[in-house]
Design a protein around this ligand. Structure first.
Ligand code: FAD
Length: 403
């Protein structure tokens, strides 16, 4: 007999894959017929020891959730780098001076502040866990069109196939075609910044520390990798990112050594390069009957605090929890009152994070004398304020704490 409710998850990025895994592991999994599709081709196997261009900072809380579902432990150690310290400083200050923001795992009683993981390896681990639960991703299956009415959702795929579902979970990324098909508007603001991304070999060890220097053009992050290299996320003007992209290895190394104030000695270019235009985007609503948005499809935030994937993971934890609780009470998982519980729990939190990131980016981008001075004094004060530090650390660590 077929389970009573069908759920389609569109998008097999970290967020969509996690949604499927959570649904398959839920108390009421037997009541659910879950399908996941992705527009892209099946990815190649991730090789141990190699780190792809795209990495994510995963909070301790998110790592706990991934471990509880049997995905985290499937990643090869070369794809996971724990970091125990964070250092954030202003372009006009010394990285080792008193105005540098400092976070140490010891201070917060946790072994690590978070992890830098290879994104492709994390997705592969999630897919392996889904396969172990007896399901799989249908690749090369783009959603071409969707319509929604009281009976549920009717979805048409680019290959001509069709499917009806009681609930469609859109995890199809920032450009989310499904968001448009469901008639959901967004608030958007372009940052006029581009994130330039590559890996670098430093001459000074990264010390399991995530480094971030705020420059007037945007923040430069140096994230530790397991092989001793660092992943750089340099938010800068579109012109500077374009230049960096086509520069010689030597030129790029010295450019980023200067931009990082030599905090890790000389940096040598080592790896592929990429650039991503940045936009702050928030869906005006997350749900309608038979439809829910999660992850980047619902919100895209500035990468400066490495929270994009963590917010999507938190969305999934909430939505799947709401669905499971609804099934406990014999409610339909696609009903609007059920889905609104998810929206109420997540949308304002995500909005706060989005505006906080936008404000922080602006504050650091301004180099006017008084504002710069205020900022440096504020950072020194922040280092001495226990309650504010603990609150910020709570956000960065995620809700749960890894033992
Ligand atoms: C430069 C940069 C650095 C970042 N650094 C960090 C970081 O350190 N930490 C962090 O937490 N986050 C970071 N992020 C953000 C993070 O990468 C995203 O928030 C996260 O990957 C979003 O995952 P997702 O699954 O929602 O979307 P995506 O990863 O975009 O996945 C969407 C999936 O949907 C599929 N799809 C699209 N259209 C269709 C369709 N029509 N039908 C079917 N499938 C479709 C796509 O093929 C894709 O596989 C960064 C982002 C950028 C740009």
């Amino acid at each position: 007999m077929r389970p009573p409710y069908s759920i389609l998850v569109a998008g097999a990025g970290t967020v969509g894959l996690l949604a499927v895994l959570r649904l398959l592991a839920s108390r009421n999994a037997a009541q659910l017929d879950v399908t996941i599709v992705d527009a892209g081709a099946a990815p190649e196997h991730v090789v141990a020891g190699e780190t792809g261009l795209r990495v994510s900072a995963i909070s301790a809380g998110s790592a706990d959730l991934l471990e509880s579902l049997g995905a985290w432990q499937r990643m090869h150690p070369t794809h996971v780098a724990a970091f125990d310290r964070m250092r954030v400083w202003d372009a006009a200050s010394d990285p080792h001076g008193g105005a540098t923001l400092r976070f140490d795992a010891d201070e917060f009683g946790v072994p690590h502040l978070g992890y830098i993981v290879d994104d492709a390896a994390l997705r592969e681990a999630l897919r392996a866990a889904i396969e172990a639960a007896g399901a799989g991703v249908r690749f090369d299956t783009a959603v071409a069109d969707a319509s929604f009415d009281d009976a549920g959702a009717r979805v048409r795929f680019a290959d001509g196939g069709e499917l009806t579902a009681d609930l469609v979970i859109a995890a199809d990324g920032g450009g989310s075609p499904l968001r448009r098909q469901a008639g959901v508007d967004t608030w958007e603001q372009a940052y006029d910044q581009v994130a330039f991304v590559t890996h670098l070999e430093p001459t000074v060890p990264h010390g399991d520390t995530a480094w971030q220097r705020f420059l007037p053009t945007g923040p430069l992050g140096l994230l530790p990798l397991a092989d001793g290299r660092v992943s750089v996320v340099w938010t800068t003007t579109p012109e500077a990112a374009e230049q960096a992209y086509s520069m010689s290895d030597d030129g790029l190394g010295s450019l980023l050594t200067d931009a990082s104030d030599g905090v890790l000695g000389d940096l040598r270019a080592s790896g592929p390069r990429g650039r991503f235009p940045l936009v702050a985007r928030h869906a005006r609503r997350y749900v309608r009957r038979g439809f829910a948005l999660v992850g980047d499809a619902a919100h895209t935030v500035h990468p400066l605090a490495g929270q994009g994937a963590n917010l999507g993971i938190a969305d999934v934890a909430e939505l799947t929890g709401v669905i499971d609780a609804a099934l406990d009470h014999r409610e339909h998982p696609g009903d609007l009152p059920v889905l609104r519980r998810y929206e109420r729990a997540r949308r304002s939190d995500n909005a706060r994070m989005l505006h906080f990131m936008t404000g922080l980016n602006r504050l650091f981008a301004s180099d006017s004398g008084p504002l710069g001075e205020l900022r440096r004094n504020g950072m020194a004060l922040f280092n001495r304020s226990g309650p504010i530090r603990r609150k910020m650390a709570g956000v960065a660590l995620g809700t749960a704490r890894r033992k």
